[in-house]
Design a binder for this molecule. Structure first.
Ligand code: C5P
Length: 229
């Protein structure tokens, strides 16, 4: 079976403190975005990518990859969920993968493990079990000094990665419901949870990092050199 991946890349990446959006920073001779797209399209079961960019994006058109036959480019919206919805509307598949533009180190075996969920009744996500001890902060109005309320057993804490795989129509309905109710979600699974759907957890590799802070580029480069996908 062949799948389409929707890649939201319409964010500004303000935490990188760089002069351009983080997906256009250089990584191992390519941009972060190209590395991510090539990683996805080189998987045997992915044959199309819908890339969601900002209407103000001047960078994509400079890249040869923007003309690839397997790539469809659509415009993003205000929030990530708006961008993903625009991407999902441009597909006609039963199941769809959503993958962050900022995760170029995703491994092919992890993608395969996630795609295997399409044979089951419900979708799911790649995730990694927390390795740090997790503290819940007290609710307070002042940010200056946070105080611990309690620790949460990390045995049950998973950090959500991407790709995330869901039935396309279920995901569209869930994201639309969240937009309508003004519920902010930072990943697709959150929308499915909000609407009572099931999200399966698939343990993924710890090197599937999201490039967020300046040091992450060097780390991603190291992981890419080490990996044999
Ligand atoms: O901010 P964060 O790193 O969680 O963003 C995750 C992904 O969502 C990024 O690839 C970003 O480009 C994308 N995004 C988007 N449209 C927005 C906001 C974020 O496609 N309006």
């Amino acid at each position: 079976e062949q799948f389409t991946a929707v890649v939201p890349a319409a964010g500004v990446g303000s935490r990188m403190a760089a002069d351009k959006p983080k997906q256009y920073l250089e990584l191992a001779g390519y941009t972060v975005l190209e590395s991510t797209l090539l990683r996805l399209i080189s998987h045997n079961n992915i044959n199309k990518i819908v890339l969601v960019i900002s209407p103000e994006d001047d960078y994509l058109q400079e890249l040869p990859i923007s003309k690839a036959s397997w790539l469809q480019v659509v415009m993003g919206g205000k929030e990530r969920s708006d961008s993903v919805l625009n991407g999902l509307q441009a597909c006609d598949d039963n199941w769809v993968l959503v993958h962050d533009a900022a995760r170029p180190c995703v491994r092919h075996d992890d993608i395969s493990a996630l795609l295997a969920l399409a044979g089951t009744g419900s979708g799911g996500i790649l995730a990694k079990q927390a390795t740090d001890t997790i503290k819940l902060a007290q609710k307070s109005n002042q940010n200056a000094c946070k105080i611990v309320d309690r620790s949460i057993s990390r045995e049950h804490i998973w950090q959500a990665l991407t790709p995330q795989l869901f039935p396309r129509k279920e995901l569209i309905a869930a994201l639309q419901w969240c937009v309508q109710k003004n519920i902010a979600v930072t990943d697709e699974a959150s929308a499915i949870e909000q609407t009572g759907g099931t999200v399966q957890l698939v343990a993924g590799a710890h090197d599937n990092i999201k490039i967020t802070h300046p040091g992450d580029l060097a780390l991603a480069q190291f992981f890419l050199e080490q990996q044999q996908i």
